[in-house]
Design a protein around this ligand. Sequence first.
Ligand SMILES: Nc1ncnc2c1ncn2[C@@H]1O[C@H](COP(=O)(O)OP(=O)(O)OP(=O)(O)O)[C@@H](O)[C@H]1O
Length: 583
Amino acid sequence: MKHLQAFARRQKALYYTLFALAIGMGGAIIAQAYFIVSVVDKLFLQKQDFAAVVPMLGALLLALLLRTFFSYSTNRIGIRMAALAKNDYRKRLLEAVSDQSLLSSYEGQSGQKVSLLLDTVDELDSFFSKYMPQRMVSSVVAVMIIIALFTQHYISALIVLATAPFIPMFMAIIGRSTQQKAEEKLANLNAFSGRFLDTLQGLVSLRLYGRSGHYKELIRTSSIQFRDSTMSILKIAFTSAFMLEFISMLSIGLVALELCLRLVVFKSIDFFPAFFILLLVPEFYQLLKDLGSAFHAGRSSSGAAAKVEEGLLVQEAKAWGDAPLAKGPVHITLSNVSFSYGDKMILQDINTVLPSVGQVALVGKSGAGKTTLLHIIAGLLETEGVTVNGKDRFAYKEQDWLRHISYITQQPYLFAGTIAENIALGLDVTRADIEEAAQKANIASMIRSLPDGYDTVIGEGGRGLSGGEKQRIAIARAFLRKSSVVLLDEPTSGLDIKTEHVLQEAIAALAETALVVTVAHRLPTIRRADKVLFIHNGTIAAEGTHEELYETEAYQALFTRQGGGTDERATADCAHDAPGKTG
Ligand SMILES: Nc1ncnc2c1ncn2[C@@H]1O[C@H](COP(=O)(O)OP(=O)(O)OP(=O)(O)O)[C@@H](O)[C@H]1O
């Protein structure tokens, strides 16, 4: 709860307004009791006319209205504080996610991350909207009521003081198990969300492998665990409400008995103070009971807060510098670059100079580290030894570097939106610019053939595109951004000869003004490259053109069925073609 309390205190204006409202509420409650007692006393004991009590009834009405107003305002402030807190936590979580390194972003399930951002942050609501306001009201008003009781009859005040601590004591005991249960509930909710999204994303594979039934069962078990943990929290809530009611009833009974004996038997107290005390004491215990329920809700939030704070502790990516990087082609050099995933060394002592424009192919057998090297060149993995225009790459502004690169993955992501929006990706460009980029990427005629053309909705909830079409959309993005470094993970299969040719042409056009580094699986791509980097045994074993490298045995082995580095068609092509022929 510490983090949440610290956040609430930082909202100074709201915090002090809550305090002022609580004082107002205390005043209204005491005034309400006072005027009720006065009216009854004047009408029934002093037998005065109704007209004599009219001003008091007016004052009573005002006290009631003020009480309602203070209560309403307190709730509003609580809701406002909750909205601010949730906004702040979501913003910080999003920043943490976007600042984290590529490796830590791989950890955990997407569904769990979404659940943390949405459901878990929502759980913080009750702390601010219920617990904080109630804590302020209960503590301030309770003290005011005790003072009022002392002014009337100190013995009743002492009885109230003696019995009151039972309620916080009970709350503390309940609070401990509630927090533990709340953490369990959130863990179950996150696990359920993670499994659900994971299953949804892999539904096609599961159906094809006939395993959807098994996963259905896993989701069912997961949802039952979530239901059970929610029910156990509710059980505690009901028990706690029952016990709070019980303790407060006993205490009120005790005070009432004492007053009754004094009033009727010993006649040592007047009607006015006795009735006044009798009206205020239930108010006092009601405040403690409300605090108890709010405390229960607040405890659930502190479980969520612990999870959110955990989510904020992500491993941050390497910090970038503030040197500007001018537009235009860049000169990238890799000197003694090494990289390992945990203990597993993947690349060691990579040394190479990349041309400013042209095509570079990263070639090697599956698992050799080609994609890893592509990520290193992109700056997604933090390694020493990459210089850009003679300066350490991380010395530049991150935004400047990112403006230079485009990364085209095997399955580029399509956002829910129109084709034009997907090409522009938020850039401030004209429709003519988008169409020109699409033209260069060889996708313009396909887009024009669609009924809504560039306004066709694609991505989630929209029209689907083939792998080759998606790649060309991504190439159009690169053309539009005028990137000077284009990184491309070539699809291993699935493209027909014609589509492949169309893609190759688009990539060749890009390579006229930019450096295109491709993780290459296909022989035509490898042959077109101005430079092939052959990754073998964790390092660049050789570099040069395909024809030059074909002289070495290890490289040749890639193109035989036993070597197994490139796809079937590349192998077959190679078996029939001499290395010198172009694809
Ligand atoms: N996030 C990761 N954590 C741990 N190991 C990883 C991770 N990503 C990749 N690896 C391992 O690093 C090695 C190199 O992977 P990489 O994806 O770079 O290979 P690749 O040459 O691109 O393979 P392919 O041609 O099959 O795509 C592989 O053994 C892979 O299992």
